[in-house]
Design a protein around this ligand. Structure first.
Ligand SMILES: [Zn+2]
Ligand SMILES: [Zn+2]
Length: 355
């Protein structure tokens, strides 16, 4: 959306534009106009998502430059389009990262994450281009808006998408009350799965990761046992903790063969493995183990209606996101934070940009 003859009559706004793969510039671009049923949100905080980091180098094909990325945001309504009656300028809001259509077979059944016409803010691919929230303003349809609880800050609210992903994955998984669950991979989403499991009433939450510092944080956030991935006695230790049966459920929050192997190998017969991570498009599956032990494999993608509950969980302190924010930085520092995240800098969790 570069300034053109037509749009130059509009006031400009600052945006972090992915100019070409791997290169950003903070530029003045045209301020968006709300169409009927849409609002313009003044963005106060927008988190950098792993999908943005993987998208910036072209590896996913879903951030074709030039594009303003960013879909994990919160702010205040600045302007409203025709036909918007439930919202007013000044309202503090966040919005679903997915623009779902509200009309297809899935949307009518509340499965908006599976919408046939799903578009993600800040994504440009072969089918569409939708500018995102690493900018002073972003336009979104009113049906995806959520009001912020009064005591909830914008930076915390910007993490609701990640919380909703974790809560959705936990909701997909049966029989977790008083259960034992294993979380393989304690990155951003894994940390939130740990917390969502605790809220659900899981008795035993076993976190597995390669990094000691992450495990320590998982422990502070509610994991009851911390195990290092790759340690020799890992499987035996989990058996020991679960009366020799294995855990009732496991969550794979990485998306690589070794993590899936760990997850399927540590649940009891008849247990479930919920698949959240998808770093690699294909992984090795221990087929015989899954079949003969009657495991349930469950995919979990994005979220479907969990935002309001998640906003309350964050505002009420049951889910701690503040401890997961590594930095809150101005838009101008966006390029360097993207570079650090892309390099996989240790200890970095969520970085929030503040336009
Ligand atoms: Zn995201
Ligand atoms: Zn739909």
């Amino acid at each position: 959306m570069p300034p053109s003859g037509v749009s130059s009559i509009l006031p400009g706004m600052k945006a972090l534009v992915l100019k070409e793969y791997g290169r950003f510039a903070v530029e003045e671009i045209a301020e968006p106009e709300p169409e009927a049923g849409e609002v313009v949100v003044r963005v106060r905080a927008c988190g950098i998502c792993g999908s943005d980091v993987h998208g910036m180098d072209g590896s996913t094909g879903r951030r074709i430059p030039p594009i303003v990325m960013g879909h994990e945001a919160a702010g205040e309504i600045a302007r409203i389009g025709a036909g918007v009656t439930a919202w007013r300028p000044g309202d503090r809001v966040t919005f679903d990262s997915t623009v779902y259509c509200g009309e297809c077979w899935y949307c009518r059944r509340g499965k908006v994450n599976l919408c046939e016409n799903r578009r993600v803010l800040g994504v440009s691919c072969a089918e569409y281009r939708r500018q995102g929230a690493f900018a002073e303003f972003v336009t979104v349809p009113q049906r995806i808006l959520y009001r912020l609880p009064e005591n909830l800050g914008f930076e915390q609210a910007a993490l609701v998408e990640a919380v909703a992903v974790a809560v959705h994955a936990v909701k997909r998984t049966p029989n977790l009350e008083e259960a034992s669950a294993v979380v393989v991979g304690t990155g951003m989403i894994g940390m939130l799965v740990v917390q969502a499991l605790r809220v659900t009433g899981c008795r035993q939450i076993i976190a597995i990761d390669l990094e000691e510092s992450r495990l320590a944080l998982a422990g502070r956030l509610g994991a009851t046992h911390l195990l290092r991935a790759g340690d020799d006695g890992l499987a035996a230790r989990i058996m020991e903790l679960t009366d020799g049966r294995g855990a009732d459920a496991a969550f794979e929050v990485v998306g690589v063969s070794s993590a899936l192997g760990t997850a399927t190998g540590c649940v009891r017969k008849g247990g479930s493995v919920t698949l959240v991570g998808n770093l690699q498009p294909r992984v090795e599956l221990p087929l015989q183990l899954v079949v003969t032990r009657e495991l349930s494999l469950l995919g979990a993608c994005a979220s479907a209606g969990e935002y309001p509950a998640c906003l309350d969980l964050i505002a009420g302190g049951q889910i701690n996101v503040t401890g997961l924010i590594s930095a809150a930085a101005p838009l101008e520092e966006g390029a360097q934070w993207f570079a650090r995240l892309h390099a996989g800098e240790k200890g970095l969790m969520k970085v929030v940009l503040k336009p």
